[in-house]
Design a protein around this ligand. Structure first.
Ligand SMILES: C[S@@+](CC[C@H](N)C(=O)[O-])C[C@H]1O[C@@H](n2cnc3c(N)ncnc32)[C@H](O)[C@@H]1O
Length: 259
């Protein structure tokens, strides 16, 4: 993989392990969900609990769609079931294998591409109508190259829909937060790589992906600086019991249009 920064190798291996672990957050879609999508009822989430508004997915069956960092068999096969022409791009071969498995099970056409989302040179300029990006820029130390690449590969009038984590999620001490206490500790931008080795081993371990908390300037301003117009917005929460998420939504989702 070319141009892969330091966080890529760790996260590629970590996501390969997640793909094999059957975690409740990362299960592939069911045949029932596929049948619903075939009938036009497309329910996909890019953040933990809220489906994308159906009006954001208008005319999707006619579109060329890139599911960016979207491996795992959740969103891409459902979008393909509407008749859209779908490519899934992901850093983890095991995540992509799950998309291929669902596509085979449901007789759907789906292309898979392995790579780092900061380098979309595998995709031609102005070649997609829609990019759907499930929450994942938090696994990259730098987010601005992603927005520039998305802008390049979208057609004029094309849209980027991206789930993201609000930086406030990274402000608090994680051990105290697990105990229900909110103690402000970290600066934003945040990096798991800045924790000392002992704390990183305890909180993340060798197995789990490294995360990065980006500023809102990079998450949203970075899209407008790349040339996008933000045309849709909502927020979401973890859904599980979490002191912070009970008080303020910690996820956001933007729809941005290339004029
Ligand atoms: C939270 S999952 C989101 C996709 C999944 N379908 C879902 O809804 O849960 C994050 C995805 O981002 C991918 N990923 C992480 N870092 C990446 C990178 N630098 N480039 C491309 N994909 C990456 C992971 O392999 C994983 O499939």
């Amino acid at each position: 993989m070319k141009n892969s920064p330091n966080d890529s190798k760790h996260n590629r291996e970590a996501w390969d392990k997640v793909a094999l672990a059957d975690d409740k957050w990362f299960r592939s879609c069911t045949s029932e969900e596929i049948n619903r999508a075939r009938g036009g009822d497309l329910r996909i989430k890019l953040t933990p609990t809220k489906n994308l508004p159906l009006e954001w997915l208008h005319s999707i069956s006619k579109k060329r769609v890139l599911c960016l960092a979207g491996g795992g068999g959740q969103q891409a096969p459902l979008i393909a079931a509407t008749g859209a022409q779908v490519t899934v791009f992901d850093i983890s071969e095991a995540q992509l294998a799950r998309d291929r498995a669902v596509a085979e099970r449901e007789s759907l056409a789906l292309a898979t591409v392995i790579g780092d989302m900061r380098d979309l040179s595998a995709c031609e300029d102005e070649s997609f109508d829609l990019i759907v990006n499930p929450t994942s820029v938090c696994y990259c130390s730098d987010v601005l190259p992603i927005w520039l690449e998305c802008f390049r590969i979208l057609k004029r009038g094309g849209e980027l829909i991206a789930g993201m984590i609000n930086p406030i999620n990274y402000l608090f001490d994680a051990r105290q937060r697990d105990a229900g206490k909110l103690v402000a500790r970290h600066k934003i931008p945040y990096s798991d790589l800045d924790l000392d080795e002992e704390e990183r081993a305890e909180l993340i371990g060798a197995e789990n992906p490294l995360s990065f908390g980006h500023t809102l300037s990079d998450l949203i301003g970075g899209q407008t600086d790349a040339g996008f117009q933000v045309t849709g917005f909502f927020e979401d929460r973890w859904g599980d019991k979490d002191k912070l998420s009970d008080m303020i939504p910690v996820f956001l989702c933007t729809k941005a249009t290339k004029p």
